[in-house]
Design a protein around this ligand. Structure first.
Ligand code: AP5
Length: 203
């Protein structure tokens, strides 16, 4: 049966970096609410546009996000879910939709999170993730087209972390109390972190 992996962690913990690799490794879908919302930032909903929330570091309202996840889950056999659930009501909604092979928490300290987020750059053509200090592309043409996400400025990063502590830490606690959470130290080279995660998934 295909793997159904939940990857939890603070902004900048490496969820996107590792999810892409896991999707390739296990031939499963990468479901990311963040990317889906960025692709539809100016979509009008009855709650306003996703941009209004994202650029302030707030959560986009549940009905908008649940609809995205619903559609993605119904199309996927196996998946790695990145960026969802982010509050307890989303966690409850998810448990009604599917069960999981593994719920993994990528543990990274706050100083490292801020360093990773403010140095992150994205390739708008491929969605590949880079970092100004330790992971830039070899290809100059790719380097020239890299962009910084609107919400990776220092001020918005601070707000995103506050939103995470308030809303998403209780989700992590929820899976921990249920005995469903495996915690992985995310402060190592991405290859090493990937190895730690696959050991959990394969166990
Ligand atoms: P989203 O896009 O999900 O952002 P996030 O959770 O804040 O996570 P990030 O994408 O910032 O970080 P990441 O953990 O993926 O790290 P990455 O691998 O890129 O959400 C954005 C916004 O959308 C939210 O603020 C909210 O408004 C809205 N939203 C999304 N989902 C929602 C939901 N469910 N409900 C409501 N609203 C929602 O790595 C970061 C950097 O570190 C990169 O530069 C990378 O190269 C580097 N790096 C990665 N791993 C390592 C390593 N091991 N060592 C050194 N550097 C590393």
């Amino acid at each position: 049966m295909s793997k159904r992996i939940l990857l939890l962690g603070a902004p900048g913990a490496g969820k996107g970096t590792q999810s892409k690799r896991l999707a390739d490794e296990y031939d499963i879908e990468h479901i990311t609410t963040g990317d889906a919302l960025r692709a539809n930032k100016d979509m009008e909903t009855e709650h306003g546009t996703p941009r209004e929330y994202m650029d302030a570091g707030d959560l986009v309202p549940d009905p908008v996000v649940n609809e995205i996840v619903d559609a993605a889950l119904s199309d996927a056999d196996g998946f790695v879910l990145d960026g969802y659930p982010r509050n307890l009501s989303q966690a409850e909604y998810l448990s009604e939709q599917t069960d999981l092979t593994a719920a993994i928490f990528l543990d990274v300290g706050e100083d490292e999170l801020v360093r990773r987020l403010t140095g992150r750059r994205m390739d708008p053509e491929t969605g590949d993730i880079y970092h100004t200090e330790f992971n830039m592309p070899d290809d100059e043409a790719v380097e020239e087209r890299l962009v910084q996400r609107d919400d990776d400025t220092e001020a918005v990063v601070k707000d995103r972390l506050e939103t995470y502590y308030e809303n998403t830490e209780p989700v992590i606690e929820h899976y921990r109390e249920a005995g469903e959470l495996v915690e992985v130290d995310g402060e190592a080279h991405p290859d090493e972190v990937f190895e730690r995660i696959t050991e959990v998934v394969d166990a």
